[in-house]
Design a protein around this ligand. Structure first.
Ligand code: ADP
Ligand code: MG
Ligand code: ZN
Length: 509
């Protein structure tokens, strides 16, 4: 197969083509037991310690659907504004793979439990005059269906961990039969250059929704949320969809965005060269940020789907569905609206917090006693800068919202100046303890009134010339005296207060 190695710069690509994206997201449900048996569904047990005849696919064993998994799926469907089927069935998806002991996966096919919903997401649109403005995009949800996870293969002995070059392979069936939901979007059109950001915003929003619903812990690193990213290009204004590629198992939010970007650039080069885009799966490489071809969909195998004969249909009563609807928690979008009002922020101000991934951090800092303005100031200012410098997510910084609230309180009480507060944050980030411990250990508290007063007297005595000028009405000359006070106190004086004292002493206060 020949691959066009060339890529078109992203901006040029989106000037000639309309990107269309579609996302298929698998989420492992956080039920206590597996989808069709009573085995525990926890992550991290000793290999093959959480298995039984059902999830090992032994002859004669019979599956029974997990009621909690069905309830979780309905919860997800309702939160995504879907229609919940009154009656639907599981289907067998037949294929052979060593990590799937039954030689078929129980899934849903043409009768999914939830259909036809939407999820609203927000992306930042660059404005003609500079800056950005939040734009809302409604992503259509085609279906939400239930299925079971497969086991996990471990290829031992090779350099790459892949099957090629390995000496032997091991299979762990603990994950086999863990309940999964798959959420499939409709093609998302018309987002232009925002397509990569919209893909990321969608997965982020879906993750937050799952967390709020309490149906999954959604840790992308542990693989409990996995995403297949479909991308296609259509020539601008052509009004038809182009051929898509499906980038498999993209494992971080950042990678979702990069995978779309890289596919847009690659497909534009293919189309510019007059070639057709191949309908295929592709793999995203974290290191290089590009995708390489996987399986061609033209040769896709026929899974011989048929209704699963060992399971009864799923027929949730209307009463049960309404009961689940009534029990839904506050969803992230509603929560954000409420917080925006409570914190008295504009759309733009709130969007900045949201885009920085800091809504929960700010909320918890406010809950710990800080004012919304202070919480926002520290997280979006100093702490965002630190996170940026170290290439870490804001949430990964080793500082707790309660610590930030304490720093804000100490600053508000005049115990710390902003400058000292930044040093306290340094200490907390360096693992030196709580803000109070850092203040004590580093001796960072602002000089007390007595010490300040003494330093002011010394400064006036040491610089009679400046003192005379101030006395004579040249208030600007106080700057030199404030500088002396700052020096004498090792920078721990409140400069504004020092100035006030100096002016008072010299008859100008
Ligand atoms: P498959 O089983 O081949 O993965 P699905 O129907 O399960 O197909 O999912 C296809 C995904 O690709 C959906 O999210 C759909 O919205 C998306 N999609 C379909 N056509 C296009 C297209 N032309 N461009 C981008 N995404 C598309
Ligand atoms: Mg699919
Ligand atoms: Zn089992």
């Amino acid at each position: 197969m020949t691959e066009a190695a060339a890529v078109v710069p992203f901006d040029e690509a989106v000037a000639s083509y309309d990107p269309v994206i579609g996302l298929e997201t698998h989420v492992e449900l956080g039920t206590r037991t597996k989808m069709f048996c009573g085995c525990r569904a926890e992550f991290g047990g000793a290999p093959n310690s959480q298995v039984c005849p059902v999830c090992l696919g032994l002859p004669g064993s019979l599956p029974v659907a997990n009621r909690a998994a069905i309830e979780f799926t309905i919860r997800i469907g309702l939160a995504l504004n879907c229609t919940i089927a009154g009656w639907c069935r599981f289907a067998r998806k037949n294929y052979f793979y060593p990590d799937m002991p039954k030689n078929f996966q129980i899934s849903q096919y043409d009768e999914p439990l939830c259909t036809d919903g939407w999820l609203e997401v927000q992306a930042e649109e660059p404005q003609p005059g500079g800056g950005t403005a939040p734009r809302r995009i409604r992503v259509g949800i085609e279906r939400v269906h239930m299925e079971e996870d497969t086991g996990k293969s471990l290829h031992v002995g090779g350099a790459t961990g892949r099957i090629h070059g390995a000496d032997y392979s091991l299979v762990d069936y603990n994950r086999a039969g863990i309940p999964l939901v798959e959420v499939v979007t409709r093609p998302v059109e018309g987002t232009g250059a925002l397509a990569p950001a919209v893909a990321r915003a969608y997965v982020t929003e879906l993750r937050d929704l799952m967390r709020a619903l309490g149906v999954s812990d959604v840790r992308m690193e542990e693989g409990s949320l996995r995403c297949d990213v479909n991308t296609s290009l259509s020539p601008r204004g052509s009004g038809r969809l182009g051929t898509r590629t499906e980038t498999k198992n993209v494992n971080s939010l950042r990678s979702v965005e990069r995978a779309v970007r890289s596919e847009v650039s690659r497909q534009a080069a293919v189309l510019d060269a007059g070639q057709p885009v191949t309908l295929e799966t592709r793999h995203f490489h974290e290191d290089s940020g590009i995708t390489t071809p996987g399986r061609s969909k033209e040769e896709a195998q026929d899974y011989r789907y048929f209704p699963e004969p060992d399971l009864v249909p799923v027929a949730p009563s209307r009463e049960w569905v309404e009961q689940i609807r009534a029990g839904l928690p506050e969803l992230p979008a509603a929560r954000r609206e409420r917080l925006k009002t409570e914190w008295q922020l504009s759309d733009l101000e709130f969007a900045a917090i949201h885009n920085a991934g800091a809504v929960e951090l700010v909320a918890r800092t406010v809950a710990a006693g800080a004012s919304p303005a202070d919480a926002r100031k520290w997280w979006l200012g100093e702490l965002a800068r630190r996170a940026n410098e170290s290439g870490a997510e804001l949430t990964a910084l080793p500082i707790m919202p309660a610590d930030v609230a304490r720093v804000a309180a100490l600053t508000g009480a005049g115990t710390l100046t902003d400058r000292l507060a930044r040093q306290v944050i340094d200490g907390v980030l360096a693992g030196e303890g709580t803000p109070d411990e850092v203040v004590a250990a580093r001796g960072l508290a602002v000089a007390g009134e007595d010490a300040l007063s003494a330093a002011v007297d010394e400064a006036i005595a040491a610089d009679p010339g400046a003192a005379e000028s101030v006395r004579g009405g040249k208030v600007a000359a106080a700057g030199a005296l404030v500088g002396k006070v700052m020096k004498a106190t090792g920078g721990k004086a409140d400069a504004a207060r020092a100035r006030q004292l100096i002016l008072q002493r010299l008859g100008q206060g």
